[in-house]
Ligand binder design. Structure first.
Ligand SMILES: *Cc1c(COP(=O)(O)O)cnc(C)c1O
Length: 219
C-alpha cells in the first residue's frame, strides 16, 4: 500500500513539474512520519525514501535507536523547537527546517554540530501558526549566516489549511519572493493536499505525510 501511495505521489510531483516546465529532480520529497512508528520509516526506506520529517524532538528520540542505522537516511525537524531542546535536536536531526528566531539559530550553532537550516516563515496572520514574522526574517537570516556551522538552505511555510489548494497559492508565491530577496536557494512548501500548487510556485521540497502513510491518529 505504501508502494502504491509512493508511486502516486511521485506521479503527482512529475505531472506538476511537467505542467510547470520544471525538472522533476528539482523537487525533493520529505516523507513526514510523525505519529507513526519506526517500522513505517523502515518501510519507506526499503522503498527508496531517504529524507524524513518529524515534528517532535521527543518522538524522534524514541524512534532513533531503531532508525539510526539506516545508512543515508536524513531526518528533518519540521515542528516547533523549544530553545531548551536544541542540544537533542542537533544530535537527532540533520536539518532543522523550523528555525523561527535568531536566538534559536544562535543556540543551535552553539551546540557545535553542523546542521542544515531552513527558516520557517509565518506567511499568514493566523494566530495559531508557528514561524517567524516577516519583519524578523532579515535578522534571522543574518544570525544563521553568521555561523558557518549552520548551512542556510531554505525557507519553509505552512499556509492556513484549506480544502481548496488554490487558496495556498498566494502564500507560496510570497515565500518564493522572500527567498529571492534574501538569495536563499530552497523552498519547503506544499503538503499532501496542495503539493501541485506549491510546485507550480517553485517548491524544491514537498512535505508529504497523509498521501503516503494514510491518516494519522490524533495524539
Ligand atoms: C504534518 C505535517 C506535514 C504533512 O502533512 P500532510 O497533510 O499529512 O501531508 C507537513 N508539514 C508539516 C510542518 C507538518 O506538521
Amino acid at each position: 500500500m505504501l508502494a502504491d501511495n509512493l508511486q502516486q505521489v511521485r506521479e503527482r510531483i512529475a505531472n506538476a513539474c511537467a505542467r510547470a516546465h520544471r525538472d522533476p529532480e528539482s523537487v525533493k520529497l520529505l516523507a513526514v512520519t510523525k505519529i507513526f512508528g519506526p517500522e513505517v520509516i523502515h518501510e519507506g526506506y526499503a522503498l527508496g525514501l531517504r529524507e524524513f520529517g518529524e515534528n517532535y524532538v521527543q518522538e524522534m528520540e524514541r524512534k532513533s535507536a531503531s532508525v539510526s542505522g539506516l545508512a543515508g537516511a536524513r531526518f528533518h525537524l519540521i515542528g516547533h523547537l523549544q530553545s531548551n531542546k536544541t542540544k537533542k535536536a542537533s544530535q537527532l536531526f540533520s536539518s532543522v527546517d523550523s528555525v523561527e528566531s535568531a536566538k534559536l539559530a544562535r543556540r543551535l550553532a552553539s551546540e557545535g554540530v553542523p546542521l542544515d537550516i531552513m527558516i520557517e516563515v509565518k506567511t499568514s496572520d493566523e494566530e495559531s501558526k508557528t514561524g517567524a514574522g516577516e519583519s524578523e526574517l532579515a535578522e534571522i537570516v543574518e544570525a544563521v549566516r553568521a555561523h558557518p556551522i549552520l548551512n542556510l538552505r531554505g525557507l519553509m511555510t505552512v499556509p492556513p489549511w484549506s480544502e481548496d489548494p488554490e487558496l495556498s497559492r498566494p502564500y507560496f508565491a510570497h515565500l518564493r519572493k522572500l527567498a529571492e530577496l534574501h538569495r536563499i536557494p530552497e523552498l519547503s512548501m506544499g503538503m499532501s493536499n496542495d503539493l501541485e500548487v506549491a510546485i507550480e510556485e517553485g517548491a524544491t521540497w514537498v512535505r508529504v505525510g497523509t498521501a503516503l502513510f494514510g491518516r494519522r491518529k490524533k495524539l
